[in-house]
Design a protein around this ligand. Structure first.
Ligand code: AMP
Length: 213
């Protein structure tokens, strides 16, 4: 696509203010990836999962993948600056588009602030942060199960899962306040049949879009 057409499309998106930029939020195993894949087509959104991008880099043995591997296998977060640079590249690659679902990003206050700054640079913003609420006991069962079929190293032991849950409590949970203050935070029950959870998200999004007009 020529740069002029790209710029024109982006301009139209911003002027019509019809983008929808979402964050799917929640603890590891809360279903963010599954739900993002289910709703992206309905709203024509680009799904960016930072975990997936890291895993792809790991299997391609890129420098980024090799760096991320050590942190991921221990259940720790990849350093902020590395993650933000990667996210910036992904976002800019996909612009212009009708909107984004960010899955697994942001995970720290630093990342949230950088995301706001990056979007502002393109006259964009986050519209909604939707959290999938699931209790720890259910999450641990889900992740251990997923570990059996996916082979994901960080889903293999309860110790690694607990480490990820601790990282969430320490570094990611404060974002609830960050987005609540911006009046953008909504949460739904993330337990139940997959379709029922999708319907809860769709209901929330449709109400938001109706109100926006
Ligand atoms: P996920 O697939 O979202 O569960 O992420 C798997 C792992 O990738 C996490 O435990 C982190 O090690 C790393 N990761 C994914 N997203 C981020 C992020 N936004 N910041 C730092 N590390 C991340």
């Amino acid at each position: 696509m020529s740069i002029l057409i790209k710029l024109y499309n982006w301009y139209i998106c911003v002027i019509k203010n019809n983008m929808l930029n979402l964050i799917l939020f929640g603890k590891p195993g809360s279903g963010k990836g599954t739900q993002a894949s289910l709703i992206k087509n309905k709203y024509n959104l680009v799904h960016i999962s930072t975990g997936d991008v890291f895993r792809k880099n790991m299997s391609n043995k890129t420098d980024l993948g090799m760096l991320a591997k050590g942190y991921m296998e221990k259940g720790e977060l990849v350093p902020d600056e590395v993650t933000v640079n990667m996210l910036k590249e992904e976002l800019e690659y996909h612009l212009p588009c009708e909107g984004f679902i960010f899955d697994g990003f942001p995970r720290t206050s630093y990342q949230a602030e950088k995301l706001d700054a990056l979007l502002t640079k393109y006259s964009l913003n986050i519209h909604l942060t939707i959290a999938l609420d699931v209790d720890n006991e259910t999450l641990i069962k889900r992740l251990l199960n997923r570990g059996k079929s996916s082979g994901r190293a960080d889903d293999q032991s309860e110790d690694k899962i607990n480490k990820r849950l601790q990282e969430y409590d320490k570094k990611t949970k404060p974002l609830i306040e960050f987005y609540t203050k911006q009046n953008k935070y909504k949460s739904i029950n993330g337990i139940g049949e997959m379709d029922a959870i999708t319907a809860r998200i769709v209901n929330l999004l449709d109400n938001y879009l109706n109100d926006r007009g």
